[in-house]
Design a protein around this ligand. Sequence first.
Ligand code: F6P
Length: 321
Amino acid sequence: MSLKRIAVLTTGGDAPGMNAAIRALVRCGTNQKVEVMGVFRGWWGLIHDEMKLFNHRSVSGIINQGGTILKTSRCPEFETQEGQARAFEMVKKNGIEGMVVIGGNGSFRAAHTFYKNFGVVSIGLPASIDNDINGIDTTVGWDTAINTALSAIDNIRDTATSMERIYVVEVMGRECGAIALAVALGGGCEDVLIPEKKYDMEDVCHSIVNGNLRGKVSWIIVVAEGAGHAVDIAKKINEITTLETRPVVLGHIQRGGRPTAMSRDIALRLGQEAVSRLLNGEKNKAVGIHENKVIAVDFETAIKKKEYQGENIYNLIKGLT
Ligand code: F6P
């Protein structure tokens, strides 16, 4: 199937490695004589006709940059039939025959609806620090985010040890505990609270008090934002144990920064794959990495709640304290 012109956009939260993905899409597309339009600010740019033709040079020098040169946004307008109808007008006006949507599961849900409502075909390229796309092992940006969070936790460890305190560190991830598990393991943290596992504050405090009786004086407890708030949890621990407990919310520092080698590697491999599948006439799928191979999963599967695969890591964290 020969397509003359495709479009690429980044939507939802930015993730380190998005730029590397854009570079791969633009270069692989133009190398195959396909015109690649860059759409600005995600779905918003499609609705408002903010796009331009990209070439090799448009994506020079961006492989090592965090964020996205295309900008990104969350666009409630695109969730409406009217918003999508306007976007469809722009797709026709600009001669766009297929799209690559770089983003998370919300982005793929939107792309899937756009196809069902208006027949616009797309391939998804998973980029989100949350690593919450079902059916694939890792997203573009996740590795960078966990390394950034880990470096912050290492710093907190110095103070926790020196001042003999308890820290509750909140990490991002929406309803997925993947970031929390990875940093709790790598950071040697004493406990981890994730949305996939029920926890009881009395039990959490019981192990702190027991440890304290054995002479242990510092703790780092990682909480995924979907499992609770560091401020509330720290307050509760202090009330129950009377030990000094401080909350830290890592927030958006986890989303920025230079992509790691792994985030770039995944972005570039998936960029090439997305173009190739789109040009082969495939649609409604997200490309992804599974067992270090490039695969594709239907949007229907990708947008389901990610199957919890963290039990071994969770038990290892518990077993190492
Ligand atoms: O999806 C990425 C993410 O960083 C989540 O971990 C977090 O819950 C959310 O985006 C924050 O979104 P915003 O930057 O729009 O507040």
